[in-house]
Design a protein around this ligand. Sequence first.
Ligand code: ADP
Ligand code: ZN
Length: 435
Amino acid sequence: MAKYYQPEIETASREEIIRIQNEKIVKQVKHVYENVPYYRNLMDEKGVKPEDIKSIDDIKKLPFLTKNDLREAYPYGLLGTDLKNCVRIQSTSGTTGKRVVAFYTQNDIELWEECCARAIVAAGGTEEDVCQVCYGYGLFTGGPGLNGGSHKVGCLTLPMSSGNTDRQIQFMMDLGSTIICCTPSYAAYIGETLAEKGYKPEANKLKAGIFGAEPWTEEMRRSIEKSLGIKAYDIYGLTETSGPGVSFECEEQTGMHINEDHFYAEIIDPETGEVLPEGSKGELVFTSLDKEGFPLLRYRTRDICVLTRKKCSCGRTHVKMSKPMGRSDDMMIIRGVNVFPSQIETVLLNEGYSPNYQILVDRVNNTDTLDINVELNPDQFSDKVAEIQAREKALESAMRTMLGIGPKVHLVAPKSIVRSEGKAVRVIDNRKLHD
Ligand code: ADP
Ligand code: ZN
């Protein structure tokens, strides 16, 4: 079984990777300067000329791009080539505001699909596999990205898109899907529905899942692996840099290899913009080294993570990023304390609850409130009030230990929290309404 999709580049020496990056960045900066007036202005304002960029180390001299720049330049302001050279448009899912559109040339699509193919092969995919793609396709990048990667690997591809869970399950069972690609929250929902229909995890032929597009914890991974009887791999990406496949997990499951021949990653201090050394936690910044349609340089993702070059047992040499613990704008500041939804998810799954929860933040009498609705599993359901109250108290105390502040926990009936078929909406922050 092939272990790598493109062995030469995936296991290239550090020197070789740097050589490729040096060569590509010089060309890319020149290309952007000449073709993207919006970025040329930013460079001019900073007093940087394309000639100043002689190697990848000089990247620090370039200005950052932010989501606001993308919104300001919407729709065509950051286009890197004539529209007639572009063959596709995709768009973000709009999790944090107005959508962003991205453009692809045929070459951009090829490279993007190759990145996704690397991820599928890393998850054990071969031409023998049946790959069920249940990420959305409607402008969202998840569906088309994995679909293209699956074709490149030669898997028999099921372009299901998300939703219609009964049909997902019917095809999965009838056609013997071996790989499933979707958001982790949808994978959890499919696992739950399989169990309800009386299928044991061994009843399906799935061996691997490729899950991403939203934050998920290690506890969530174990829960999905158990319910579907698979090994679950993480995959990361964003529309601004092409889509899923910017980085992907290998069998070691200790972070995602970034496809460094196409994307240069930096970690910066989100407050000062200073580049931080390897191993520091900070905001991830990406430069697309060879994209033509939408060639973003130093794009600030707002995702918080850590990079490591520690040797990986899979043999891949590309730098690894940790699971993003959430976006900087997912972080809630509640009574002055930083709280991430992922911390809440960890406590819930460790305490034996379902991954079905909702976080409600509000402000009452000038004080922030944090309420967490948590669904009971059917076997935890009880009509004894005292029992439920004791459970709520225990969970509140576990939360206080993890978060440093005490939330109010409300246990609710099984199936009462709406399930997600794409990216789950975990937080409802009503404070924004009062601002
Ligand atoms: P948006 O959600 O901003 O509308 P996208 O659909 O392009 O736009 O999603 C990209 C974002 O999704 C990333 O910036 C990141 O926050 C999140 N994301 C993608 N993959 C993962 C992953 N594996 N783990 C955590 N977060 C992820
Ligand atoms: Zn590896």
